[in-house]
Design a protein. Structure first.
Length: 280
């Protein structure tokens, strides 16, 4: 199992194996499950990104289309209208690596030209046959996530014979296809909440080491997910403790990156768990 993950993201070099890194979510959408409508104006989006930067975030992930359960797709033109102006502004203001959360090659191409250095593809490169070619052309990094179905139908009735084995096989295929296209800086995401019930999600978090055997860094996004509400109650704005608990478990089980809405609490969680793990 490889534990040497020194990756270059634009001008930044991160040793992802040295500590837990934190990716901050910036949804410039009117309808995301947690923060839809909060950052649709350019000023609000920039201010939120600058706040995350001040708090010490390692990556900023910009998303222009909601992928909440039941969400309808939008056009590539509308997605670019939402994300490109903010990526251009942030790339000029910050040294923090910017990720574009998209499954469309056309959007990824424009975002990478505008200053993003990473593509976060919820479809694991399955939605758009040109995605990996675009990533390779820009010599960008990529996150391959597992999703069963589409955001519109993924939570209707997800069924697996063995969720861990099936997710590992899906991501192993994504790695193979990325290698063929010479995309070498690849991060894996088991896709918590994307076509999975609470039991599936917990099984994946418990068995993160099965993903780490694929010799890529692993990221999880549990922040404010509906599984927390199902397990302990609470609406979207009342899931901080559940988010912290799940991130703590994920870090202890070996993830390198956590993707969060609440950057300050995410960073504090990561630092405390990292210090705990150093103790012999």
């Amino acid at each position: 199992m490889n534990d040497n993950y020194s990756f270059q993201f634009g001008k930044k070099v991160y040793d992802l194996s040295s500590r837990t890194h934190v990716m901050g979510v910036l949804n410039v959408t009117p309808d995301s499950f947690s923060d839809g409508g909060k950052y649709t104006s350019l000023d609000d989006a920039v201010n939120h990104a600058l706040k995350m930067a001040d708090e010490g975030v390692d990556f900023i992930d910009v998303g222009g289309e909601s992928t909440r359960p039941g969400a309808d797709a939008i056009t590539a033109e509308e997605e670019m209208k939402r994300v490109i102006p903010i990526i251009e502004l942030l790339a000029a203001k910050l040294q923090i690596p910017i990720s574009i959360d998209t499954y469309r090659a056309e959007v990824a191409d424009k975002a990478l030209t505008s200053g993003a250095v990473m593509v976060n593809d919820i479809s694991g490169f399955n939605s758009d046959k040109d995605m990996l070619k675009v990533i390779a052309k820009h010599k960008a990094s990529a996150i391959a996530m597992h999703m069963k179905g589409t955001p519109k139908n993924m939570q209707d009735n997800p069924v697996y014979e063995d969720v861990v084995k099936e997710v590992v096989a899906y991501l192993e295929d994504a790695i193979w296809r990325a290698n063929v296209e010479n995309v070498t800086q690849l991060i894996l995401d088991p896709g918590i909440g994307f076509g999975k019930n609470a039991e599936h999600n917990l099984a994946l978090i418990k068995n993160i080491n099965e993903l780490r055997r694929l010799d890529c860094p692993v990221m999880v996004g549990v922040s404010r997910k509906s599984m927390i509400g199902k397990l302990v109650g609470g609406e979207v704005g009342d899931r901080l403790e559940g988010t912290v608990a799940l991130n703590t478990i994920a870090i202890l089980n070996g993830v390198q990156i956590i993707r969060v809405h609440d950057v300050k609490s995410g960073i504090r969680t990561a630092r405390i768990v990292d210090e705990y793990r150093k103790v012999k």
